[in-house]
Design a binder for this molecule. Structure first.
Ligand code: CUA
Length: 158
């Protein structure tokens, strides 16, 4: 097949551009794939509902551990399960959370509780709730159209 000189040049140029483009895509995919996450606890984010402890979200009183309560929380676009958490003041709490879809945040406004929830990873934070009140749990990672509507409530009671 005869290809005109200039057409051939454009073919080479086009292919080269495509390869460069694919390299850039590949590099950014690799970069996000090696995104550092300090959590070593991983799970299949598509099977969160069947994976313990996320098959039973909520507040659980525990015995014989360094903390008094475990709060198991599942985030998904655009809500948290549970939608309300109640804990007695002075309790040491281990928050255990993950996401079923995209990256979400978990920030208890007005406290030091703040975690990023990434698909495939479990985030944890242990803290003592020492202030009575009602705290709003907000998503501080942009996750889509319902981002601003995504919240839950932490009630610290006497
Ligand atoms: Cu979930 Cu923003």
């Amino acid at each position: 097949m005869h290809i005109h000189k200039y057409e051939k040049w454009w073919l080479v140029f086009g292919t080269g551009t495509l390869i460069a483009f694919l390299i850039i895509i590949g590099v950014s995919a690799f970069h996000s794939g090696t995104h550092p996450n300090n959590s070593k606890w991983t799970l299949d984010y598509e099977k969160v509902d069947e994976t313990a402890p996320f098959d039973n979200p909520g507040v659980h009183k525990v015995e014989g551990k360094d903390w008094d309560y475990e709060v198991v929380l599942v985030a998904s676009a655009f809500s948290y399960n549970p939608t309300e958490i109640e804990i007695p003041v002075g309790s040491k709490v281990r928050f255990i959370a993950t996401t079923k879809d995209v990256i979400h945040g978990f920030e208890v406004a007005g406290t030091n509780i703040n975690m990023m929830l990434e698909p495939g990873y479990v985030s944890e934070q242990i803290t003592t709730v020492d202030q009575v009140g009602e705290f709003t749990i907000v998503c501080n990672e942009y996750c889509g159209v319902g981002h601003a509507m995504m919240y839950s409530t932490l009630k610290v009671v006497e």
